[in-house]
Design a protein around this ligand. Structure first.
Ligand code: ADP
Length: 466
């Protein structure tokens, strides 16, 4: 089977969140299952210095203009990764970042079209083109409405929804830049946005024109078909549920490989306390390792810090603020607690530190408002750190009350207290029960093998583009 992913992220080089890990983990595991897999991503300026050139002067379109692209190839632990470098006057991927530009929609429309143009020129026979989130969702309508007619040989287009929050809203003119006639797609049965009828919704286009749509956990698959979780697309997702499937993400078991036993976990705790200049103590140590974005309920993370301290515990936060307001809120907390030896707040992205935190903490607090899959609760369990989580999305699929962790339903302070207080008390007073929770978590299999087998079934089902 010949599978090509077209994506905006790929771990570990071009990573913003879980999408990057998923594309890498799934691609590698499908390779192990015997498939031929390639991942196409933009050639971002901040990575991939040692790639080999494979094609020059590939023309691709941005509205009426056509620009050259250089195509590069790099091998990442056996995985073939193809990089598209546009020679576009706007320097689309030389911005030192992946997302966050006012023209993000145009950048990824251009990339999606160029990636398909490359596959078309290469004249391979492809079984599956797998696209991800709003950023490459436009590939589905482009394939169906343009490239199949030109003769691109592809049987299926699979779209994975990693997060419904971002849907790629844009104007009819933006869509026309791709070569499709934007006006033709501004209808309710095509790509018209439900809440902003004058706008095009790229993710909606992906959902309609893909042969199969997957999302990253079974619970999230149910939630996105409801008005509460559907972000305006619930009716459409219910309508296409015959081709919609929730498949839980895995984690990279080689990368997240604890180098200690349960008995040695207390040494990791001491090492963490030492590293962050916390009091060396047996008090329960809670942590959060997260983007500090609205989705992650930053106010409840803040509350969890104070609640843990109130109950005699310690707290470590490694968080990346997603907005100036959230950054300010945590800087204030950090200042307020600067003399407190029971708390450490690191407002930065720090993967090596995160590994020590997963290893040294007793529990991890994840109060998300919604969580399509979530990786930290799985990584934490592998490292013997007990999750205290809101029962939503992938968190509800991977943490089991009293067996591997503690759950709460409502995303408010009372909810956090309900689960966190029980966890702190269990950790402090019920050593045997706590050890059992750790053992249960550490013995679970969160690898990519099972999810990849499920994706292979989707890749081989009978749905076809034509
Ligand atoms: P999301 O993709 O919504 O950010 P996930 O839980 O799916 O959340 O994945 C987040 C990944 O990023 C995890 O591997 C987590 O360890 C890592 N991560 C998040 N914030 C930080 C941080 N500040 N420092 C180090 N790693 C982080």
């Amino acid at each position: 089977m010949n599978i090509v992913h077209i994506a905006s992220e790929l771990a570990p080089f071009a990573k913003v969140g879980g999408l990057a890990d998923m594309v890498y983990g799934l691609a590698q595991e499908c390779r192990r299952l015997g498939a031929r897999v390639e991942v196409i991503i933009p050639k971002y300026d901040h990575c991939f210095k040692e790639a080999q050139m494979v094609m020059q002067n590939l023309k691709s379109f941005d509205g009426p203009n056509s620009y050259d692209n250089t195509i590069w190839r790099i091998d990442v632990h056996g995985l073939t990764v193809t990089l598209v470098e546009p020679h576009h006057p706007e320097q689309l991927f030389r911005r030192g970042l992946i997302y966050g530009c006012p023209d993000d929609v145009s950048r990824f429309i251009y990339f999606s079209r160029a990636a398909l143009e490359y596959l078309y020129k290469r004249k391979d026979k492809i079984d599956v083109i797998h696209v991800h989130d709003w950023s490459t969702a436009i590939c589905a309508p482009l394939i169906k409405q343009m490239y199949l007619l030109l003769g691109l040989a592809v049987k299926k287009c699979v779209l994975t929804i990693h997060n419904l929050e971002h849907q790629g809203l844009c104007t009819v003119q933006d869509l026309s830049q791709s070569g499709l006639n934007g006006k033709d797609f501004l209808t309710s049965d095509k790509m018209q946005d439900v809440k902003n009828p004058e706008l095009i919704n790229l993710l909606k286009g992906g959902i309609i024109y893909a042969t199969d749509v997957t999302t990253v956990s079974p619970r999230y698959e149910k939630e996105i078909k409801t008005p509460l979780g559907g972000a305006g697309l619930d009716t459409l997702l219910t309508h296409v549920q015959h081709k919609l499937k929730g498949i839980l993400n895995g984690i990279d078991l080689d990368y997240w490989r604890p180098d200690f036993t349960i008995e040695q976990k207390k040494d990791k705790k001491s090492a963490l306390q030492k590293k962050l200049k916390l009091e060396t103590s047996d008090a329960p140590l809670a942590c959060a390792v997260t983007r500090l974005a609205t989705q992650k309920a930053p106010d409840l993370i803040r509350h969890a810090i104070f609640r843990t301290l109130e109950k005699g515990g310690q707290f470590v936060l490694v968080g990346t603020p997603a907005s100036p307001e959230i950054d300010q809120m945590f800087r204030k907390v950090k200042k307020e607690l600067s003399k407190n030896k029971k708390v450490a707040i690191v407002l930065d992205y720090d993967e090596p530190l995160s590994k020590l935190v997963f290893a040294g903490a007793d529990m991890i607090v994840i109060p998300s408002l919604f969580e399509p899959c979530g990786l930290t609760q799985m990584i934490a369990q592998r490292y013997g750190t007990v999750p205290v989580v809101r029962a939503t999305g992938g968190l509800a699929d991977t943490v089991f009350e009293g067996e591997t962790g503690f759950l709460f339903e409502y995303p408010d302070e009372a909810g956090v207290n309900w689960a966190l207080d029980r966890a702190l008390a269990c950790c402090r007073d019920q050593k045997e029960a706590w050890k059992k929770l750790i053992q249960n978590g550490m013995s679970r299999d969160f690898g990519w093998k099972k999810p990849a087998e499920e994706y292979m079934k989707v890749y081989s089902d009978s749905a076809r583009l034509i």
